[in-house]
Design a protein around this ligand. Structure first.
Ligand SMILES: O=C(O)C1=C[C@@H](OP(=O)(O)O)[C@@H](O)[C@H](O)C1
Ligand SMILES: C=C(OP(=O)(O)O)C(=O)O
Length: 469
């Protein structure tokens, strides 16, 4: 059985201990057939045409895998993402003692319940949500250390708000001034605790995953100007899918999760991914042709679903029939002004559409974009200016004036950020001369098939050796 299953994450493939497990590859096995590290040269696309199935959701995959590990017994996560972030979660859960088996496109997890192993060092790669969710759960252990092999990206992202909340609950913490590496030791008590939700919703989500396994539960008070409501609702949705009771105020300022509960093992199916699909839809809207994207649930809690409405407001011919979205591209687009916090992971994709629209688009209330894989406000301004666009930024907004003719013919910096790479790729497809993007392999963080999907629609790329790590 071991030899017949695919091992996309370099993990043990067979459902639970084999007599002689195969040697694990140290690195992620790539399924996109592309070099380990590459730049991409994006050629102008005359049109984009065809049908794609939206890839599995990153945010639901990470949540379902974690909840499955926190259950006792076996859970089948149907159609899990194969991105680096999904792989990072699987690796960490396995290192904490979960059984992990890849069966076709599904992952079968044998959970450790409330008892992840103590004294383990976890490396969540560059995955913010994975790191934070696991840091919350680490309070169940007598010591877990978190490191990252992305010191310039995840290593710079702030963890202090979560670490301070855990400390208030009784955890002992060592960190580099609120950044990784960090060691977290429980036990913690339950009860009322404040956590800031101003910089990231992931801190509160982390405590939500921990809460049901504490005898006293948690009464979370979310402080500050709460950002990214949608992922918090996805966490509530996940808890419900695993039989965990929780209640929340309408504005999410208070979330109460009784203690002494158990996650219920079972079977969950990962829906399609809106943030990644937003980039495909932006590409489709800006080029002639007809693109159909299936597997996009109409009633879904991913905030980036709103990207469809934003593209429509910009003038895109975009229609939905059930789970299938059709874009008839090449319509003239015009600028909008929107609060971007509700669709934070689609702002980059929509910025590509804005750069090609008439007028000046502003995304307001997007300060959290500065705290992602790169500074998605200043770094985006720099890259767009390099392409000849007029861009302005404030502490919490990004303003882009569109151009009818993008010259291209330059090398842009992908900043090691998958969403920046998506943005630049959409621009490259629309430029007059090819555009090179450095470090394009970082697309694998959330959307390993991104270039292959666009190729299936008629786009053309070259993948020279990377000039950026
Ligand atoms: O909870 C999650 O899975 C996520 C929450 C969001 O982050 P913030 O809450 O930091 O905005 C989002 O940007 C990230 O990609 C995934
Ligand atoms: C910011 C992102 O992810 P994370 O915070 O999980 O690293 C993202 O997917 O755009």
């Amino acid at each position: 059985m071991c030899s017949t299953l695919q091992v996309p994450f370099g993990l043990h493939p067979c459902p639970f201990p084999c007599a002689s497990p195969p040697t694990e590859p140290a690195t992620l096995t790539r399924m996109d057939g592309l070099p380990e590290k590459f730049d991409v040269i994006v050629y102008p696309a005359a049109e984009l045409r065809g049908e794609l199935r939206a890839q599995p959701s990153k945010n639901y995959t990470t949540r379902y895998l974690l909840a499955a590990a926190l259950a006792q017994g076996e859970t089948r996560v149907v159609g899990a993402a194969t991105s680096e972030d999904a792989g990072a979660m699987l690796r960490c859960l396995r290192d904490w003692g979960a059984g992990v088996a890849l069966v076709g496109e599904d992952v079968v997890i044998r959970g450790f319940g409330a008892r992840p192993s103590a004294g383990v060092t976890l490396n969540p790669g560059n995955a913010g949500a994975v790191a934070r969710f696991l840091m919350g759960v680490a309070a169940l252990t007598t010591g877990t250390t978190f490191v990252t092999d992305y010191p310039d990206s995840l290593g710079k992202r702030p963890q202090g708000d979560l670490l301070e909340a855990l400390e208030r609950l009784g955890a002992r913490i060592q960190s580099q001034e609120g950044r990784l590496p960090a060691t977290i030791s429980g036990p913690v008590r339950g009860g009322v605790v404040e956590v800031s939700a101003e910089r990231s919703s992931q801190y509160a989500s982390a405590l939500m995953f921990l809460a049901p396994l504490l005898s006293g539960g948690l009464d979370l008070r979310l402080t500050g100007d709460i950002k990214s409501h949608a992922p918090l609702r996805q966490t509530l949705d996940t808890l419900a899918a695993f039989g965990v009771q929780a209640s929340a105020a309408g504005d999410l300022s208070r979330i109460t999760i009784p203690g002494g509960q158990a996650y219920r093992a079972g079977r969950v199916t990962v829906p399609g991914d809106y943030p990644g699909s937003a980039a495909i839809l932006a590409a489709a809207a800006t080029r002639p042709g007809v693109v159909r994207l299936t597997n996009l649930r109409e009633h879904d809690l991913q905030g980036e679903r709103e990207a469809l409405a934003v593209l429509q407001e910009m003038g895109a011919d975009l229609t939905r029939e059930g789970d299938t979205v059709t874009v008839r591209g090449g319509q003239p687009l015009h600028a909008v002004t929107r609060d971007g916090d509700g669709f934070t992971d689609a702002v980059q994709a929509l910025t590509a559409a804005a750069a090609l629209a008439s007028g000046t688009t502003t995304w307001e209330n997007v300060a959290t974009l500065r705290l992602k894989e790169c500074d998605r406000i200043s770094d985006t301004r720099r890259e767009l200016e390099r392409l000849g666009l007029t861009v302005e930024e404030t502490a919490d907004s990004l303003t882009v004036t569109g151009t009818p003719a993008l010259a291209g013919g330059v090398t842009a910096d992908g900043h090691g950020d998958h969403r920046m790479i998506m943005l630049l790729t959409v621009l490259g497809l629309n430029a007059q001369a090819p555009l090179r993007i450095t470090g394009a392999h970082h697309i694998r963080k959330s959307y390993p098939q991104f270039f292959r999907h666009l190729e299936a629609l008629g786009a053309r790329f070259e993948y020279p050796e990377a000039t950026r790590a």
